[in-house]
Design a protein around this ligand. Structure first.
Ligand code: PLP
Length: 589
């Protein structure tokens, strides 16, 4: 019994005893009622810190407070999207920290404070998240709104925000008593922290006099995760902007270390130059990133989701009964393979009924819990191809009519400046209205967010993902579905190359020449295998649900992910490349 009386700590907590890992992210999904995230990047950041807390790691998150939040989405009857800000009150939800630090932005002194949110882990350990705020009386009115809008404003606004995060964040941590041993940049938005770390090392001496040894010393502390193969996802700024906003000395330093590319300051290159470990977010994405940045060693650590956060209450109850330590030790989800699959099905039906109720409340459409239901929800970026499902409308209508009926739930926001993304949403809503019938019900749910993401991934029968290869770096919503016993039908891109076992964890849409070919593969899977299995071979369907949990839920979680960061990125015994070069989407698996 004595062992049980010890303080609860994870064996992995031994590793970072020397100090804190500081995790920087422009967005972090902290709680459903705090609009401080836009999509997958922020959800991943929040899930990472939740798993760090579960593992009792010495980690601290740093982000901006985003007082006006990300946009909330409104859709009119024609499918036109408008947006509104989501103001919220940090004062009501967060702890105010005392220290103030100042940085120079555009020649003005900007004072920064921090709010703290404590993430409580499954073993009682807490991981703090510091949210930077410039809304202080002493600041120039224009600087007071720098921490208001996530991904709002123009390029100048973005660079000033990145200065607050990257230059202000490390200073706030120091003022709070931290000496981070590792800085982890979650995407290039945080890249200026490398400059702050160098400035700290120079202790007042000019950056012009920084030597290679000084730069190497910063590199030794920095880890960088790149997240997107889409070029627009990599922040770039002009020399003029950088000179004006960051100052000539910093700009010259950034250029000297190689942070300029094609004449522009490129935050991905800044982060690459200053990091001793760089990774993509799935094996395939590591490979794509190596092709994009051939002069760098880029490894891969596949993303995950926080198991306790994304699993429905009824599925949680099943896990609690059979694998009571699943929250502390996600690997035990592997033993779900031994659960009576009928019990999983029943727990899922309860989640499905909750989703159906919510759809009725929000849209007035009444769905049927015995009809096969597909979910498609993600940011309406064009590469995600929300309309691939409608490529052959007649075939889709026939398919639903002849195979037992189909219900389809869509959701997703476009960035306010993304006109093509908005056009996709409008198109899907128009098609939904045109094609809808008693046997094919299609509902587009407004304002995709954490709550809706959870309801959908927990309650549908199949998760659909149709990105254009190779632009889906990882994707995580399919992982949320899997841990709830929901198989995927997806293009072989991102995480699905690793998670897919045909007919066991879900199905792959074949990689064909054009969109028509891929849509045909999608329909073939539904007609020939998925719908017949769902409607006629209940036992087999329930076993597929169970293997989605046991095989994918047990691996594609942020606990496994952060253990890989610990062992390979933060505190490796030596630096090694852990990407699986041979992992190809082979259609015969
Ligand atoms: C999980 C999640 C995402 C990420 O989904 P992808 O599969 O990466 O497209 C985005 N937004 C919300 C609200 C989520 O919950």
């Amino acid at each position: 019994m004595t062992a049980l009386n010890r303080q609860p700590t994870s064996p992995l907590a031994r590793l970072p005893e020397e100090g804190t890992v500081a995790y920087f992210s422009m967005e972090i999904a902290i709680r459903p009622d705090m609009p401080t995230y836009s999509g997958g990047l922020g959800v991943l950041a929040g899930d990472t810190l939740r798993s760090a807390a579960d593992l009792a790691l010495n980690m601290a998150g740093v982000t901006l407070v985003h007082r006006k939040g990300y946009y909330s989405q409104h859709l009119d009857a024609e499918g036109n999207q408008t947006e509104s800000a989501q103001p919220w009150s940090p004062e009501a939800k967060l702890v105010a920290e005392d220290p103030r630090v100042t940085i120079a932005i555009e020649g003005r002194t900007v004072t920064i404070r921090a709010w703290r949110f404590d993430v409580h882990g499954a073993t009682g350990h807490t991981v703090p998240i510091y949210m930077l705020d410039t809304d202080l009386e002493e600041n120039h009115p224009e600087d007071r709104n720098l921490t208001d809008h996530l991904y709002g404003g123009d390029g100048d606004y973005r660079l000033r925000q990145e200065a607050v995060l990257g230059l202000g964040g490390p200073r706030i941590l120091n003022a709070l008593g931290y000496e981070p041993v590792v800085f982890h940049m979650n995407e290039g938005h945080a890249a200026l922290l490398t400059v702050a770390a160098l400035e700290q090392r120079m202790a007042g001496r000019s950056l012009d006099s920084a030597t290679d040894a000084d730069v190497s010393a910063v590199r030794e502390r920095c880890v960088f995760t790149t997240h997107t193969p889409v070029p627009a996802g990599h922040d770039r700024f002009s020399r003029e902007q950088s000179n004006r906003i960051l100052g000539v000395e910093r700009t010259n330093l950034i250029e000297r270390v190689g942070g300029f590319h094609d004449g522009l300051m490129n935050m991905t290159y800044v982060a690459l130059r200053f990091s001793r470990f760089v990774n993509g977010v799935a094996m395939q994405h590591g490979k794509v990133s190596r092709a994009m940045f051939p002069e760098y060693q880029i490894s891969a650590i596949t993303n995950g989701i926080h198991a306790g956060t994304w699993t429905s209450e009824t599925i949680q109850a099943v896990f609690d009964q059979h694998m009571p330590r699943w929250r502390q030790d996600n690997v035990t989800l592997r033993y779900a393979i031994d659960i009576d699959s009928e019990q999983i099905h029943e727990a899922h039906q309860a989640s499905k009924r909750r989703l159906i109720q919510e759809v009725a409340d929000r849209s007035g459409v009444q769905l049927d819990e015995n009809i096969f239901t597909i979910g498609f929800a993600r940011r309406a970026a064009t590469y995600k191809r929300a309309d691939l499902f409608f490529h052959d409308p007649e075939r889709l209508v026939r398919l639903a009519r002849d195979h037992g009926g189909l219900q389809v739930l869509y959701s997703g926001k476009a960035h306010p400046a993304d006109a093509p993304g908005k056009a996709k949403i409008k198109r899907v809503i128009e098609l939904a209205r045109e094609l809808g019938s008693e046997t094919l019900k299609i509902v587009y749910l407004e304002n995709y967010n954490w709550e809706l993401g959870a309801l959908l991934t927990q309650g549908v029968d199949l998760w659909l993902n149709t990105p254009k290869r190779p632009y889906e770096a990882s994707g995580t919503s399919g992982m949320k579905a899997a841990i709830n016993g929901v198989p995927s039908l997806s293009i072989l891109d991102g995480w699905w190359i690793e998670g897919w076992i045909e007919g066991v964890t879900g199905w792959a849409i074949e990689d064909r020449e054009d969109e028509g070919g891929e849509a045909a593969s999608l329909y073939e899977h539904l007609e020939q295998e998925i719908l017949p299995t769902y409607y006629k071979e209940h036992e087999r369907w329930h076993r597929i649900m169970r293997s989605a949990i046991a095989l994918n839920g047990s691996f594609f979680n942020t606990q496994r992910m952060i253990e890989q960061y610990l062992l390979n990125a933060y505190f490796p015994e030596q630096l090694v490349d852990i990407s699986a070069e041979s992992l190809e989407p082979v259609l015969t698996r």
